[in-house]
Design a protein around this ligand. Sequence first.
Ligand code: RB5
Length: 153
Amino acid sequence: MQGKVAIGADHGGFILKGIIARYLAGKGYEVLDYGAHSAEPSDYPDYARAVSDAIRSGRADRGVLICGSGVGASIAANKFPGIRAAVCHDSFSAHQGVEDDDMNVLCLGERIIGQELAKEVVARFLAARFSGAERHVRRLGKVRKIEQEFMKS
Ligand code: RB5
């Protein structure tokens, strides 16, 4: 078992979600699919919430969210404390985002990225580990402080 990956998508990311879920299952990941379960129009914040909840509760180690562009999903996911989400359509950002920034949710845009590149980007994201370097820990501490400060208001 490679780890538990929560995945979710609105109608804009529905087809790519299925492709990525099958790809990850084939690589030995446990895939928790939080929908959508059809291509009917739906709302990306609902899937951002479900995937973020799965990570925050420890049911999943990482998340993949897909919408048309990846933008809406990332905006919504970053509202949840402890979620560090970003749109990455290249493999460098996908692994460096984890190594330096401890990204735990990868967002993709089905209308932007091709299927093969999407698989590669997801694989690099999941294989990467946070470096734990002092400067990155310090910067993440500042991010956490911002989160805590504004959660109060
Ligand atoms: C839905 O049409 C689209 O707005 C959504 O999937 C996403 O791209 C938002 O960022």
